[in-house]
Design a binder for this molecule. Structure first.
Ligand code: UDP
Length: 248
């Protein structure tokens, strides 16, 4: 499949919509070569601008999909629009669905022990044809990394979903993706919290009005500081609109 990329403030985003993304990742599972999928939003783009090692890590991911309305908007401003928003949460479900056709094996890593356990049983209910070969919580130290990686390797999954904070999950995946040997590894942030029922996704109305971020802010006011990245992102995009989508 031909790659279609738009670079936004130095971060190469895939222009594919959901369907093409799933098709590409299905091919990646067959090819058995490690693919790190990052579902990136404006907060992550801003983090990359401020931290060169985070930026380099992102640039080395095999696929970055446009999560977040802000990224979709920026691609339009840059004159090279992505097809649509590809939300990590939706992509997880699409891949689980696809897994039923191909009998994929899935490992879940992250969140608290109760949340990941509930997530596993809920996903089994929803997608009985996709096998959950293992799961474990995301609260472990760097010293335990090796043990965690070995545990995952033993189950030889086709997909690995990692649900830790964005600042840790993506660098962790980048560091271990070769050793893990899993074809598709994707950071899914707070998705297990939603699947398990611990937190709720924004009501449909908020989703429709593209105000999911506002809903999350109301529910978790501690996100406020991080959300300041959004207006900074917008200012940066508008200021650099002329050469926004140049690779650098
Ligand atoms: N989490 C984890 N290990 C950690 C920190 C967080 O497994 O060391 C989990 C947490 O339980 C939640 C998910 O990562 O399920 C996302 O956490 P948070 O909402 O804080 O992530 P952010 O939105 O900051 O990326």
């Amino acid at each position: 499949m031909e790659r279609r990329i738009v670079t936004i403030l130095g971060i190469p985003f895939s222009k594919w919509g959901m369907q093409e993304t799933v098709r590409y990742l299905t091919a990646a599972v067959s090819a058995r070569k490690p693919h790190q999928v990052i579902t990136a939003n404006p907060v992550m783009v801003m983090a990359a601008l401020e931290d060169p090692s985070y930026k380099k890590m992102m640039q080395q991911a095999e696929l970055i999909v446009p999560d977040g309305t802000g990224v979709v908007w920026a691609s339009r401003i840059g004159g090279d629009p992505v097809t649509e928003r590809v939300a990590g949460y939706d992509l997880l479900h699409e891949l689980m669905k696809q897994g039923e056709l191909h009998r994929w094996k899935v490992y879940l890593l992250g969140a608290s022990p109760e949340v990941v356990e509930k997530t596993a049983s809920r996903l089994k209910e929803l997608y009985p044809g996709t096998e959950i070969v293992g799961y474990r919580d995301g609260y472990f130290t760097a010293e335990q990394d090796e043990e965690v990686v070995d545990e995952i390797r033993k189950t030889s999954p086709d997909l690995l979903f990692v649900a830790r904070g964005a600042d840790t999950q993506e660098p962790w995946i980048a560091k271990y993706k070769q050793r893990l040997g899993v074809p598709v590894v994707m950071g899914v942030g707070g998705s297990f919290d939603v699947i398990s029922g611990k937190t709720k996704r924004a009501p449909k109305l908020f989703q429709k009005l593209r105000l999911e971020w506002l809903y999350r802010l109301i529910k978790e006011p501690t996100r406020f500081r991080r959300m300041l990245a959004l207006p900074r992102f917008a200012v940066r995009v508008l200021r650099e609109r002329g050469n926004l989508t140049k690779s650098r």
